[in-house]
Write a protein that binds this ligand. Structure first.
Ligand SMILES: *[C@@H]1O[C@H](CO)[C@@H](O)[C@H](O)[C@H]1NC(C)=O
Ligand SMILES: *[C@@H]1O[C@H](CO)[C@@H](O)[C@H](O)[C@H]1NC(C)=O
Ligand SMILES: *[C@@H]1O[C@H](CO)[C@@H](O)[C@H](O)[C@H]1NC(C)=O
Ligand SMILES: *[C@@H]1O[C@H](CO)[C@@H](O)[C@H](O)[C@H]1NC(C)=O
Length: 358
């Protein structure tokens, strides 16, 4: 008589029975795949970007920063764009920062992930400063969309917005508002006079030499970026930048590169679309119009899991602020990241004596 255990049928049967179980388990064993951007969301954005492009002809000249006597030209403003998926922990610090500027010098816009409960800080971050937002996720193009949504809203809201500074809830200012404003406008004007051109430049990091570039390029699948983005034109840079109005318009008008960058990643560990889209697009379209460096200091020493060093309150000192300002480029750093929420109190302590002293 044939014993059950010796039958070759049993292991085969068991294997067959376990197959559905394996399919159930596999999604949990692999890293989570971010959801691709849905068509309705994309169409929604497209209509917003069209609206923003319509109020911003591509070659419109910038508002003059030197208001001549009798001129009705308003002062050019900086649009501060806060991209967040948590509370704005440093709102009290920013509040002091903005108190040094006048309302005809800046506007604030916040894109807060609607799936996270966020306590509105009030003050300069009043509810009407929050733009219509959508869910954001790491390792997906949703962070590009959120940045473009902020830019589009700022373009539509105020034609005086001349610079667009993208920041996060973990960013802090390293200088006073007055210093930031003068760095972007007045010093640039001296520079412009030197260059003999009448265009401001964007402060955006544009790098080619990173070893990671090939893996990042193929994160959506091998060669899917072709033909729009050849590998030798693919760039990397900090997610945080200060764009001119001309470039802000260029970014919301783009559809060609977006078609590729919006594709979901196959390789999550190499998926940082927001670090590539803006540097690649601007370096393809107008490299001369970009400084190639960012004004936001970040410390990548011992970075973990794609996150830079996060400063804790024990590390804060006057010296740290002075060190973070130091740059190898023409301008000193104006902002820095990342700071944990417990840094607020020591930062407030040195805000007037150190940070906003200039
Ligand atoms: C604020 O800005 C003005 C110029 O608008 C400057 O003279 C003043 O020193 C600044 N104050 C602080 C505390 O930063
Ligand atoms: C950068 O972070 C490392 C720790 O990861 C720290 O030792 C170093 O002091 C930091 N550099 C600056 C300029 O803060
Ligand atoms: C400036 O360049 C030097 C030499 O390459 C480098 O060690 C240093 O970290 C750079 N400083 C900053 C702030 O990037
Ligand atoms: C506040 O800053 C001063 C130096 O400016 C320092 O001596 C003091 O310990 C700081 N206090 C707190 C609570 O951080």
């Amino acid at each position: 008589m044939l014993s059950l255990s010796s039958s070759p049928l049993i292991p085969t049967l068991l294997l067959l029975l376990s197959l559905p179980l394996l399919f159930l388990l596999i999604p949990h064993l692999l890293p989570p795949r971010p959801h691709p951007i849905s068509l309705p969301d994309d169409l929604d954005d497209l209509s917003l970007f069209r609206k923003a492009a319509a109020v911003s002809p591509p070659h419109r000249s910038l508002p003059s920063s030197k208001s001549r006597l009798g001129s009705t030209n308003p002062k050019p403003k900086i649009a501060f764009l806060f991209l967040t998926n948590s509370d704005l922990h440093f709102a009290p610090l920013w509040e002091i920062f903005f108190a040094n500027g006048s309302t005809n010098q800046f506007n604030i816009y916040v894109h807060a992930d609607p799936t996270v409960k966020i306590n509105p800080p009030g003050g300069v971050f009043s509810a009407d400063r929050f733009v219509p937002a959508k869910k954001t996720e790491r390792s997906s193009a949703t962070l590009i969309s959120a940045a473009r949504r902020l830019i589009a809203n700022a373009l539509i809201d105020d034609p005086s917005n001349a610079f667009f500074a993208l920041l996060s809830q973990h960013c802090i200012p390293l200088h006073s508002f007055n210093f930031v404003y003068n760095t972007l406008f007045h010093r640039s004007i001296a520079e412009l006079a030197q260059l003999g051109t009448l265009q401001y430049r964007s402060f955006i990091e544009i790098l080619t030499t990173k070893k990671i570039l090939w893996a990042r390029y193929n994160a959506r699948g091998k060669n899917v970026m072709l033909p729009e983005v050849p590998f030798d034109q693919f760039r990397v840079g900090s997610q945080f930048f200060v764009l001119t109005r001309r470039h802000a318009v260029l970014v919301i008008r783009d559809r060609r590169l977006w078609r590729k960058f919006r594709l979901p990643c196959v390789w999550i560990q190499s998926c940082y679309p927001e670090e590539h889209y803006f540097p690649t697009l601007l370096s393809m379209e107008d490299p001369e119009g970009c400084t190639g460096y960012t004004l936001t200091r970040v410390n990548w020493t011992d970075s973990i899991n794609g996150h830079p060093h996060t400063y804790r309150s024990q590390e804060l000192s006057t010296e740290l602020i002075y060190n973070l300002r130091k740059s190898n480029f023409t301008h000193s750093y104006l902002f820095a990241r990342k700071f944990s929420p417990d840094c607020l109190s020591p930062l407030l302590n040195i805000s007037n004596s150190v940070i906003f002293r200039d």
